[in-house]
Design a protein around this ligand. Structure first.
Ligand code: SAH
Length: 361
């Protein structure tokens, strides 16, 4: 694991660390303000600390992410970052500006062990879990980039988006397979300043292949994050193939757990569905999905189909536009709110399922 970092600790542990170093307790608050409010890890910029503080500041805020490469779209409103971790492992995050919000797609693991055949990340397997701080630092680093004006596409009248407002755990990794560190990272993101980033839990989406016991546990955390289930097929025969963990937790169990998340938190859940040509895009599958969702009640769920982003070496492609539209129409007609999700960053291999983190291309 990486060196322990300030963002791995709870607020009381942080105070303990500075006390252990023989420093006054209020140094903890100062350091938190620098890191979580001003997004700085650089002792030279911390002019309210004594000149001899460099050493302990650097020890408590060790560098975690080294920027290896940055790819931008033409308009510069989408940036994909490739980060190297202390041990050489690589992860990516994707920063996207929309009107009124800035969304960061973050990684929770280096690689992924879920082995979904349509996802680029799944092909290389799991390298390791990220620490809480490695997860949080992706947000802090993105905030620095936004603050420096390096993310394009900002409208002159848009004052709401000078930092990351929304997080999606849709980068590399299965967040619920790194449960403890992900939950701690979320708590740090939503903790009020200076103890955390002061983000809204509703703006944070945790997306999972459907690890059922972890979904139930997450629901009980009292963290009103948005929950998304990557379903991709309403029937076990096909889902066994698309999401290998379906051999362990079946479609109906995953849907029951998703409904349970709504019951416990009151938060409407999302169902993700990558539309793959002639694979899972049939009208009867839309109807079966609607039946299974409606069987569990109304108003608790919406469906977000997304056209498949083709990945290298895959024989699968996105559904035709007319087929996508019909899939969406059938769900809506059955009373299940459904909107086609837009896809960003395809040109820079930064769209969903394309994050593969190679240092070569
Ligand atoms: N492991 C988590 C989160 C990471 S993937 C999960 O599976 O939910 C985020 C989303 O991108 C998931 O819904 C995933 O199924 C989807 N995805 C993966 N590969 C994709 C691809 N090639 N095209 C479109 N979506 C993809």
């Amino acid at each position: 694991m990486p060196p322990e970092h300030w963002a791995d600790l709870d607020p009381d542990q942080r105070v303990q660390r500075v006390v252990d170093l023989g420093l006054p307790r209020f140094r903890a608050k100062q350091l938190s303000t620098h890191y979580f409010t001003h997004h700085s890890s650089d002792p030279a910029s911390m002019t309210d600390l004594p000149a001899n503080s460099h050493e302990w500041v650097s020890a408590l805020l060790p560098p975690l992410l080294t920027e290896v490469r940055r790819l931008e779209t033409d308009r510069g409103d989408t940036i994909k970052f490739l980060w190297r971790l202390h041990d050489g492992a690589l992860v990516e995050s994707v920063l996207m500006r929309y009107v009124g919000r800035v969304t960061l797609c973050i990684s929770s693991q280096a690689g992924c062990g879920m082995n979904c055949p349509f996802c680029a990340t799944g092909q290389a397997g799991l390298t390791r879990n990220l620490s809480s701080a490695e997860i949080v630092d992706q947000v802090v680093r993105a905030n620095q980039v936004v603050a420096r004006g390096e993310l394009g596409g900002k409208r002159r009248d848009d004052h709401s988006a000078d930092r990351v407002s929304n997080i999606v755990f849709m980068g590399m990794g299965e967040p619920l397979a790194n449960y403890k560190r992900v939950v701690h990272a979320v708590r740090t993101m939503i903790a009020a300043p200076p103890d955390g980033l002061g983000m809204s839990a509703r703006g944070i989406t945790v997306s999972t292949v459907g690890l059922v016991p972890a979904i139930t546990k997450l629901a009980a955390e009292d963290l009103p994050v948005t929950f998304a289930l990557s379903l991709h097929a309403p029937d076990d025969e096909l889902r066994d193939e698309l999401i290998p963990v379906n051999s362990r937790w079946k479609v109906d169990e995953a849907l029951d757990a998703a409904r349970g998340y709504f019951d416990t938190t009151g938060r409407r859940v999302s169902i993700e569905y990558a539309l793959i040509k002639d694979m899972n895009d049939h009208a009867w599958r839309a109807d079966l999905l609607a039946r299974k969702l409606n069987a569990r009640g109304r108003g608790w769920v919406h469906v977000n189909p997304i056209p498949l982003n083709p990945t290298p070496g895959s024989i699968w492609t996105a559904s035709d536009k007319a087929v996508q539209d019909e899939f969406v129409r059938r769900l809506n007609a059955a009373g299940v709110p459904t909107t086609l999700r837009d896809t960003r960053g395809k040109e820079i291999d930064g769209a969903c399922g394309q994050l593969a983190a190679t240092d070569e291309d």
